[in-house]
Design a protein around this ligand. Sequence first.
Ligand code: TYD
Length: 135
Amino acid sequence: MDKVKIIELPKVLDKRGNLSFFENTKQIPFDIKRVYWIYDVPGGELRGSHAFKKSHEFIIALSGSFDVVLNNGEDEVKYNLNRSYKGLYVPNLLWRKLENFSTNSVALIVSSIEYDKKDYIRDFEQFKKTRYEIK
Ligand code: TYD
C-alpha cells in the first residue's frame, strides 16, 4: 500500500482549453502496454472488485469523479479521483473497487500488461492467501 500514490501530470494551461499528457515511463512508473476506459456507468454501480497478480495500473478521472477503494487484506484506503490532470498509481496485488461514479464520468486506466484473464484474482479470500504466499 505504501507504493500507492497520486501522480500529478503536466498541465499546459491555455485560454483555448487546458492540456495534460503522460508518456511511457516518464510520468508513469511502468511500461504502458494497454489503455482502457470505463464510461456510461449507471448510478450506484460498482466496477473492479478484484486484484491483479502482475498488472500495475494508473487510473485517471478524465471526466467527472469516482472513488477508488484499495485493500491490501488488512487496511483499506479510499481515493476520490476528480481531476483530469492527476491519477492514482496502483501496484499489483491490491484489491480494488471503483465506485460512486458521478454522471458522465470517464475512468481512464493504463495497464502494464496486455489483457490476461489469468491475471485476475476475483475472490477476496484467495487474494489474501496469494498475498500471504508471495510475501
Ligand atoms: P473487468 O476487468 O472484469 O471489469 P471491471 O472494470 O469491472 O474490473 O472487465 C470486464 C470485461 O471486459 C471482461 O469480460 C473482460 C473484458 N476486458 C477486455 O476484453 N479487455 C480489457 O482490457 C479489459 C480491462 C476488460
